[in-house]
Design a protein around this ligand. Structure first.
Ligand SMILES: [Zn+2]
Length: 335
């Protein structure tokens, strides 16, 4: 076996579908696609959970990619005993090679879509990744998890936060899952209010996985991520891989939960934020503040304890220029 890591081989274009093989400790490995690798205990029927960990859906977000690289290598060196079924995904390999967010278009807007005639590298990869996730979960009835790991290109007052996809009709946001995220060092959760085209939304909607988009700090090139502490995420994922699923009963008091109150619509080219358009995620917005003006119409904050997230005044008219979010602990209890 060569000394380069699975990530290095992937970036060098040396990974493609291969045959399954098993290590002396009884753990079986199969490369399913470029940058996609599956591990299973040899008696997969005894596995207690199915885990998907994806990263690099945006190619410039390298801290989680380095974390996943190390998890894979520890498994291959048999330092980590695999007792769960695990699928690791390096998402946008072409963008990872280029050190860019994407090649043609933002891949995390391309999931959960009906087939269309347009083609492109990211559209094709997103479809293939959805298919790999679907095949991986198959018809197993064990608990399903998908953590899609990112770092943010935007400044944020809160370094680590998760976006919890809107549950399917008849389903609820789960306090247990939010408590589990806190064990992974993610103590802020934003509850989504609409359907979306993200990888995590797709895994929940199509495959009933507990799925989350997780932001872990700010995006930097490979080798420059020492400022991001992923030790809790590392320990949490290592535990899941070894078949240890924690069952926390309560959400710790320091965990902050938000939900979307309103989208900030951009209807015209006259749209202007009254605040700095590059303001940090989670910046508080005072009640009564005129946040933006669009073709002479003011957008006023009417909510108590509102904050802004994902502000972007440069989107085309017809899209949203950001979200106003509000605290949602009570909402979670009452849903
Ligand atoms: Zn991202």
């Amino acid at each position: 076996m060569s000394n380069s890591t699975f990530l290095q081989k992937t970036l060098a274009g040396e990974t493609s579908m291969g045959l399954q093989y098993c290590l002396p400790n009884g753990m079986c490995v199969q490369v399913l696609d470029e940058g996609v690798i599956r591990f299973e205990p040899n008696d997969a029927s005894s596995s207690g959970l199915d885990l998907v960990v994806s990263c690099g859906i945006h190619g410039n977000e390298t801290a989680p990619v380095e974390l996943v690289e190390q998890l894979i290598e520890r498994i291959l060196r048999q330092e980590l005993r695999v007792k769960s079924r695990v699928l690791f995904i390096f998402g946008n390999v072409a963008a990872l090679r280029a050190g860019k967010r994407f090649v043609e278009e933002d891949m995390n807007r391309l999931f959960n879509r009906s087939p269309e005639v347009e083609d492109g590298p990211e559209k094709r990869r997103a479809m293939m990744l959805e298919m790999h996730v679907g095949r991986f979960f198959g018809s197993n009835t064990t608990p399903r998890f998908h953590y899609d790991l990112h770092t943010a290109i935007h400044g944020s007052l809160i370094e680590k936060f998760a976006i919890y996809p809107l549950p399917k009709p008849g389903c609820r946001f789960s306090a247990t899952e939010i408590a589990r995220l806190s064990l992974a060092g993610v103590e802020t959760v934003l509850l989504q209010s609409t359907s979306s085209s993200t990888f995590s939304y797709s895994s929940n909607y199509k495959y009933d996985a507990h799925a989350f988009t997780i932001e872990l700090g700010s995006a930097r090139p490979f080798g420059q991520n020492t400022g991001i502490d992923l030790s809790k995420m590392d320990a949490y994922l290592s535990g899941l891989i070894q078949g240890q699923l924690p069952h926390p009963e309560l959400i710790p008091p320091q965990v902050q939960i938000f939900r979307v109150s309103r989208e900030i619509p951009k209807t015209s080219h006259d749209f202007k934020f009254a605040i700095d358009g590059k303001t940090d995620n989670f910046t508080p917005l005072a009640k009564g503040l005129t946040l933006a003006e669009d073709a002479g119409v003011p957008f006023v904050i009417t909510e108590d304890d509102a904050r802004i997230i994902f502000p972007n005044p440069d989107v085309p008219p017809g899209q949203r220029a950001g979200l106003v979010i509000v605290p949602a602990r009570n909402y979670l209890a009452e849903q």
